[in-house]
Design a protein around this ligand. Structure first.
Ligand code: G3H
Ligand code: ZN
Length: 283
């Protein structure tokens, strides 16, 4: 059944677990995400970035996910990840998205507030939930590069004011997390997360969760993280499965046998994350 992020994340906040948000670009990744969620009877957020929509076409990709959402026994949210502007958020809402992220985190505080409020007013008017980000993650998410010097972790006092002024449903925080593979062990600032939690009572979101050790994920959930974004580990499973298959079947040209093993490989990654996040059996 189709739900908003707010529906899923408020339940997660009360239940002390997190809901996985997994990025998709196509049919096979969506099969893997939904296969794992249904197998583990877990709520799930299927996320598409602006880059994914450019690649696949919003009409096609949204319908793949919504077809699943309308027939699945588990709650599913269709979410725009890192929405770059108001227009892209509205386009997704028009295509049936139940949640959008407006990512204006690269703007100064007041401009981030203004851009976010504009989306919140429109989205809430039609029952769609909104995520926004304060502070900046290092790394690359679909060609958006944030260099070390730009990174600025989330200020807990600013976070409280940001949530108050915008009325968002979920806040993405920067506490040392980064998109993509980490160079060395990630150093998450849990004191900062604890301080944010003390000032902000809406669900908190952890982006860049691929490669974060299980014990840090559990700590983050205990400190108020209710939505955890995963993309890189799923992509890595896809690429490994394709390479492995083609190494054994170099003459194969039919996409179906080439892609079929990628679905299971990605589904294994998603299922493991669902278990780790504590959302298994919560659907
Ligand atoms: O928005 C998507 C996530 O933040 C992806 O992060 O690729 O490091 O798992 P990740
Ligand atoms: Zn992200």
């Amino acid at each position: 059944m189709l739900k908003t992020n707010a529906d899923l994340l408020l339940a997660a906040q009360q239940g002390g677990y997190a809901v996985g948000a997994f990025n998709t670009n196509n049919l096979e990744i969506t099969h893997a995400i939904m296969g794992a969620a249904q197998d583990r009877r877990a709520p799930v957020i299927v996320a598409t970035s602006a880059g994914a929509l450019k690649y696949a076409g919003i009409g096609f990709l949204s319908q793949i996910v919504l077809t699943y959402a309308h027939q699945a026994a588990v709650p599913v949210a269709l979410h725009l990840d890192h929405g770059p502007n108001f227009a892209s958020c509205m386009d997704c809402i028009r295509h049936g998205y139940s949640s959008v992220m407006i990512d204006a985190s690269k703007l100064p505080f007041d401009e981030n507030v203004a851009a976010t409020r504009q989306v919140v007013e429109a989205a809430h008017a039609v029952g769609v939930s909104v995520e926004a980000e304060l502070g900046r993650l290092v790394g690359i998410e679909d060609h958006v590069v944030v260099s070390e010097r730009e990174v600025a972790m989330t200020n807990p006092d600013e976070a409280a004011e940001f949530v108050r002024q915008t009325g968002i449903d979920a806040l993405a925080v920067a506490i040392g997390n980064a998109h993509g593979f980490y160079k060395g062990d990630p150093q998450l600032d849990f004191d900062r997360l604890r301080a944010i939690r003390e000032r902000v009572d809406i669900p908190l979101v952890l982006h860049g969760a691929s490669g974060i050790p299980d014990h840090d994920i559990r700590t983050a959930i205990s400190l108020g993280i209710c939505k955890i974004n995963i993309d890189t580990e799923v992509r890595d499973a896809f690429a490994r499965a394709v390479r492995q298959f083609l190494a054994k079947h170099p003459d194969e040209i039919d996409p179906r046998p080439i892609l079929k093993p990628t679905i299971q490989a990605m589904q294994t990654v998603v299922a493991r994350k669902i278990e780790l996040f504590g959302s298994a059996g919560r659907g």
